[in-house]
Design a protein around this ligand. Structure first.
Ligand SMILES: Nc1ncnc2c1ncn2[C@@H]1O[C@H](COP(=O)(O)OP(=O)(O)OP(=O)(O)O)[C@@H](O)[C@H]1O
Length: 772
């Protein structure tokens, strides 16, 4: 196939050889992510030449170069790496590799490394990491997204270039402002290490080119015209009152109209979040099961979508809400369609189903996705995109310290990316489930994430890199000062920064863990309470979403009751953290599971069979536990254990990973209290039903869980998924792992503690915040 980028190979390479930064824009699907790293690999750009020390060989010896291309999402990093490896006729992990959190496939032979922006940013915090010494060329892909990490990387990469590209011995350092001592130190370090220059490519289909060319020194830009296949964009003539119904209607109609004679072709529908995806999946399954796609006369009369003058006219499909089928039904073909959900909380293997061949009996996939599939990925047979025009974003309120997940309209740049998922391997159609006037009013680009999320992790990373004052860091778009101050406050509370906002030893240890500052602090605290073994498990379980499988209320055969009964076995009276711990411990005791990557897998499996353990799958089914999530927690735990146990000399944390509190849960709870003390809450005196404290309201509902957070004094409810939901009486004092604002304020990951422990185990609680 001819990609639009092919004829521009030499102009791309020329631009990059004469400049430090190339800002490259071209249509979606034109070949940026897959081709540019290969072009660079085959060219002399970024080649590292060093004189051989031996005088017997006068020619300079070539040292291999490493090109990295960052992606905002792990699905994209893995799928593009897989594609490029196959284009180069090699296996992933050899010349082409990928690196995402808790999963890396690369070797000494790797020359092109696709990785998430978060992974590259982690590397920066290691010794000499700020100079990005491993890399000759860094491609920052999907720049229009302005993800928090990519935004920080812009500044980090620029800094590394200012150090590496101007470090020749004969060059003066007068371009560095005297107050930027750390950049001066970086340049000196660069001279000592004799690092070669660094080149950068900033790529996207839909970015504001000038903001990047003015940000990066010695930069140039190239815009490549043309697209792979045409994509016809259609709008609704009038707004739909319910976009779920609208999307459902469009999918069913496409499935009906485009079959045998018209050709199949996959359907990709963008929805805001997991909940909406599960809703549509269930409605769709029910509709397809009931009567195929309903080849009604009415539908036939609607005519072909692509040729209808006004787009999607006609009645909307009646809402099917409430008919929901079990989402597990999506693993079988229904009316020749395979329904494939795709969202970040799905276990990685399940996310990859969208890229795998069709299951038997299916002729097309109907992929229901969040914006996870919006950029970079190619789902090879997608002919139709159905765009709800909505997405969910996190918004952090620096005044309250609370983060809310809000559903909002997308920006034009995202709409363009979504449409671009069709037309990659064949001509396509994009149905926007809103009128063209709505499109005209959408903002051009999404608001940079740096403007709307909690910045504690970023501040910790910048401090670890040696940036003295993160407020003065070189950002493409500076964050709000109040958000930065809130991040300082949180890191000070956790002990990562001292009173003069300098990084402490504790902060350095925290930054070594691939966890949020709060969870890193929690895990490190386990040393003090001799419960490292247990806290490793709890933190790993928190990293894997949705451990419990909760069947839909309409599932057959008392599944809801059976699941509740099965889950009851693990429920700890003390709350969610101990419950997660018990699930993992019971699974380890009863189920036979050895990770596929384990070198001694066969031997261990035989041992387990000898002990008559239940198979992993059987155990999970019986206990209504998400087997993949559990397997992922197991992998994450193994990696955290390795990092915690490794000696400090080798970059680890030198912890005793065998230290355990055994059957005594109190040290574990005290550790949860010490680790999560900034996230504590006390029961609010008011009871459900408005009765006075101490007296159960009529009907015996008793004291229900309404809490006031210690910091901020916000009123919250325990989330329905928590073990402590509707606990009667509710514990007086709790710590929580997450405060989510939807229609109400909810506490998630809730664990019971004793109020007096706060002063006892978290002295910082009193001294730093003067709490009572
Ligand atoms: N997994 C795949 N299967 C089939 N074709 C693929 C696959 N990955 C890429 N391609 C082909 O390669 C083309 C270029 O893909 P690439 O990801 O490099 O484009 P891009 O310009 O980076 O797009 P975007 O801006 O959307 O990220 C696609 O249009 C498609 O034709």
């Amino acid at each position: 196939m001819d990609l639009p980028i092919y004829p521009h190979r030499s102009s791309i390479l020329n631009a990059l050889s004469t400049h430090d930064t190339l800002v490259l824009s071209s249509e979606t699907g034109s070949g940026k992510s897959t081709q540019v790293p290969q072009y660079i690999l085959d060219s002399p750009i970024g080649e590292i030449r060093r004189k051989k020390s031996s005088s017997s060989s006068p020619s300079p010896a070539k040292q291999q170069k490493l090109i990295t291309c960052t992606q905002p999402r792990r699905v994209a990093a893995i799928s593009v790496a897989t594609r490029v490896a196959s284009e180069m006729n090699t296996n992933v992990g050899t010349t082409v590799g990928y690196c995402v959190r808790f999963d890396s496939t690369q070797s000494n032979d790797t020359r092109i490394l696709y990785q998430t922006d978060g992974m590259l940013l982690r590397e920066v915090t290691q010794a000499d990491g700020s100079l990005l010494p491993r890399y000759s060329v860094i491609a920052l892909d999907e720049s229009h997204e302005r993800s928090l990490r990519t935004d920080v990387l812009f500044g980090v990469v620029k800094r590394a270039m200012l150090a590496r590209n101007y470090s020749r011995a004969d060059k003066s350092d007068s371009d560095i402002p005297p107050e930027d001592a750390s950049l001066l130190a970086l340049r000196r370090r660069c001279r000592a290490l004799k690092l070669p220059p660094l080149k950068t490519v900033v790529m996207s289909a839909t970015m504001d080119i000038s903001s990047f060319t003015s940000f990066f020194p010695n930069s140039t830009s190239l815009s490549i015209p043309g697209r792979t296949h045409p994509v016809q964009v259609l709008y609704l003539p009038t707004p739909t009152p319910d976009y779920i119904d609208g999307c459902l209607s469009a999918i069913l109609r496409l499935h009906e109209l485009y079959r045998e004679s018209e050709g199949w072709g996959d359907i990709l529908c963008f929805l805001p979040g997991q909940e909406e995806i599960e809703d549509v999946a269930q409605l769709l399954a029910a509709a397809l099961k009931e009567g195929g796609s309903g080849k009604t006369e009415e539908a036939k009369l609607l005519g072909k979508i692509a040729t209808s003058a006004g787009g999607l006219r006609g009645d909307r499909v009646q809402s099917l809400k409430g008919l929901g089928a079990n989402i597990l039904a999506t693993t079988q073909a229904l009316d020749e369609a395979q329904i494939v959900p795709l969202y970040a909380a799905l276990p990685p293997e399940q996310q990859m189903v969208a890229f795998q061949p069709l299951i038997p009996g299916a002729r097309r996939k109907i992929v229901l996705s969040t914006n996870i599939a919006e950029t970079s990925v190619t789902l090879s047979d997608v002919a139709f995109v159905v765009d709800s025009g909505r997405h969910k974003t996190r918004r952090f309120n620096p005044a309250t310290g609370m983060e809310a997940l809000e559903e909002e309209p997308i920006a034009k740049a995202q709409g363009t990316q979504r449409a671009g998922r069709a037309g990659r391997t064949r001509p396509g159609v994009c149905l926007r489930m809103y009128p063209e006037e709505t499109w005209d009013e959408l903002p051009t680009a999404p608001e940079p994430e740096i403007k709307r999320v909690n910045l504690a992790q970023v501040v910790l990373q910048l401090k670890t890199m040696g940036v003295a004052d993160p407020r003065k860091f070189d950002y493409v778009t500076p964050p709000d000062v109040q958000s930065l101050l809130k991040a300082f406050e949180q890191l000070f509370g956790l002990g990562a920064l001292d009173r003069s906002m300098e990084l402490t030893e504790w902060g350095v240890s925290m930054s070594k863990l691939p966890l949020s500052p709060t969870f890193a602090h929690l895990l490190l605290k386990s040393r003090e309470f001799s419960c490292v073994k247990e806290m490793l498990t709890a933190v790993a379980m928190l990293s894997a979403d949705n451990i419990f499988y909760r069947p839909n209320s309409s599932a057959k055969g008392n599944a809801v009751q059976r699941a509740a009964a099965a889950h009851k076995r693990f429920m700890s009276h003390e709350g969610d953290l101990p419950t997660l711990l018990y699930v993992y411990q019971t699974w380890k005791k009863e189920a036979a599971y050895v990770a596929a990557s384990d070198k001694h897998r066969d031997k261990k499996m035989r041992q387990m069979q000898g002990k008559q353990k239940t198979s992993h799958g059987e155990w999970c089914t019986r206990n209504f536990v998400n087997g993949r999530a559990l397997a992922r927690a197991h992998d994450v735990r193994a990696q955290l254990e390795e990092l915690c146990g490794r000696s400090t000399v080798k970059g680890g944390l030198g912890m005793d990973v065998g230290s355990s509190c055994g059957n005594d849960i109190v040290p574990f709870l005290k550790c949860a209290c010490a680790g999560l003390f900034l996230q504590s809450a006390s029961r609010d005196g008011v009871m459900n039903g408005g009765s006075k404290k101490g007296k159960p309201p009529a009907g015996g509902a008793g004291l229900m869980g309404r809490y006031k957070t210690t910091f901020g004094g916000f009123l919250c409810n325990v989330h329905p998924t928590s073990t402590l939901f509707q606990r009667n009486p509710a514990p007086k004092c709790v710590v929580y792992t997450e405060l989510v604002v939807t229609k109400k304020n909810y506490l998630r990951g809730v664990t019971q503690i004793k109020h007096e422990w706060l002063g006892e185990v978290a002295p910082a609680f009193r001294s730093r915040f003067g709490a009572q």
